[in-house]
Write a protein that binds this ligand. Structure first.
Ligand code: HEM
Length: 399
């Protein structure tokens, strides 16, 4: 069979430490040399790297299913991630249920509380002039916002959940499977506790009381929805924050620009998500014979699309590797596209916007600690630096 195949693509492994370390140069080569490549790894899969092709696969859910096939090598997850591993029309029922709790207006209700929390975390290290940014800010922040404001879960259980979420996001390891199992157990117990507590009108109550296709939601579905909210919200936002701070260390003039012109922060967050979005790949399964970019795809073939690659496609973005706030348009797909587009994008944007603003207003001259080498990144579907040790000069507080 004719296959659009480059020699270098046969062994391409998106989960290898080498690809994690050299992600963007590797993706640029794939786009240039073999934009629809076939790899023999992980049982064989197509790798799609150009913006237009990624968008088409993401939008055409009838041809490219999320329901069939697994995203994590090593066996199917015991509980499907809902709604990510469902196709419409069932997908729509769950998505509607979740979306209602993460609209821009719902999220904005938590803006002041989030700003207080962000400053509280910064208070923990500002005077010291140094911090372990991932451990002291990037990981606790999204978790605390989510636990305290959306799930209403006990804060003292968060550290363990954060640890498990980070382990579980590196899908090649045995620890990841164990961590995922422990997270599922915690979620099941948490849901059970909440069933016996007075309702709070939050997303957990809505999930517990949901009717799906006219019947009550099942226990497995409850855990499936809550696990995705947790997985979706913690490691991705932490990764985005870590990547943003790394960029500020490497491009201090960018930090200075946003410090002196804070009104640019929302647009800067979008450009930073385009450049360094933490969600790098996702798998679909072809449901019928088709083609992508002229390459024949058979029903049943695994197709991996790369948001990270699409977002730096030179056919869509001029000088794609450069931070540029003057782009005529920034149609990045760091939050995905089509029916599965991220349910938490409003929340993620608020956390990122407030964090970048407050961190830059309170810390000057942010640098990596001497001798620090924050790579390697975890290999996997989400991209986060393992650690970001920072030094800085605290600024006097204005308010
Ligand atoms: C910077 C942070 C984030 C990024 C880059 C991100 C990215 C993404 C992407 C690319 C998808 C699409 C997956 C697919 O096509 O199958 C997605 C889906 C999803 N995300 Fe996020 N996400 C972030 C934060 C969050 C947060 C805070 C939440 C929590 C509310 C969340 C919840 C979800 C859910 C529930 C889905 C599945 C939606 C569906 O299948 O219809 N995400 N996310």
């Amino acid at each position: 069979m004719l296959r659009c195949r480059a020699v270098s693509a046969v062994d391409f492994d998106h989960l290898s430490p080498e690809v994690a370390l050299d992600l963007h140069p590797t993706l640029a080569r794939m786009r240039a040399e073999c934009p629809v490549a076939h790899s023999e790894r992980h049982g064989g899969f197509w790798f799609v790297s150009r913006y237009d092709d990624v968008l088409r696969v993401a939008q055409d859910w009838e041809t490219f299913s999320s329901e069939h096939g697994i995203t994590v090598p090593g066996g199917p997850t015991p509980v499907p991630a809902i709604p990510e591993q469902l196709d419409p029309p069932l997908h729509r029922e769950f998505k509607r249920l979740i979306n209602a709790h993460f609209t821009p207006a719902k999220v904005l209700e938590h803006e002041d509380e989030t700003r207080v929390l962000v400053n509280h975390l910064i208070d923990g290290f500002a005077e010291r002039g140094s911090c372990d940014f991932m451990g002291e800010f990037a990981q606790p922040l999204p978790g605390r916002v989510f636990f305290e404001m959306f799930l209403h879960a006990p804060s003292d259980e968060l550290a363990e959940i954060n640890r498990l979420a980070t382990l579980a996001s590196t899908p090649t390891t045995k620890e990841a499977r164990e961590a995922r199992g422990q997270m599922l157990r915690w979620i099941g117990e948490f849901a059970e506790r909440r069933r016996h507590e007075p309702p709070r009108g939050d997303v957990v109550d809505a999930v517990l009381a949901a009717e799906i296709e006219g019947r009550p939601i099942t226990d497995v579905e409850v855990v499936g929805v809550l696990q995705l909210l947790l997985f979706g919200g913690l490691d991705t936002t932490a990764g985005a924050l870590g990547m943003m701070l790394l960029r500020f260390c490497r491009e201090p003039e960018l930090a200075e620009l946003l410090r002196s012109r804070p009104e640019l922060v929302p647009a800067a967050v979008e450009e930073l998500l385009r450049l360094d979005g933490p969600f790098t790949f996702i798998r679909r399964t072809a449901m019928r014979d088709t083609e992508i970019g002229g390459c024949p795809i058979r029903a049943g073939d695994a197709v991996l699309i790369s948001w990270a690659s699409a977002n730096r496609d030179e056919d869509e973005f001029d000088h794609p590797d450069r931070f540029d706030l003057d782009r005529p348009s920034n149609r990045h797909i760091a939050f995905g596209a089509g029916p599965h587009r991220c349910a938490g994008s409003n929340l993620a944007r608020m956390n990122l916007r407030i964090s970048v603003h407050e961190l830059l207003q309170r810390l000057d001259d942010i640098r990596l600690a001497d001798g620090a080498d924050p790579e390697p990144f975890h290999p996997g579907y989400s991209r986060a630096p393992t650690e970001v040790p920072l030094v800085f000069t605290p600024r006097a507080r204005t308010a």
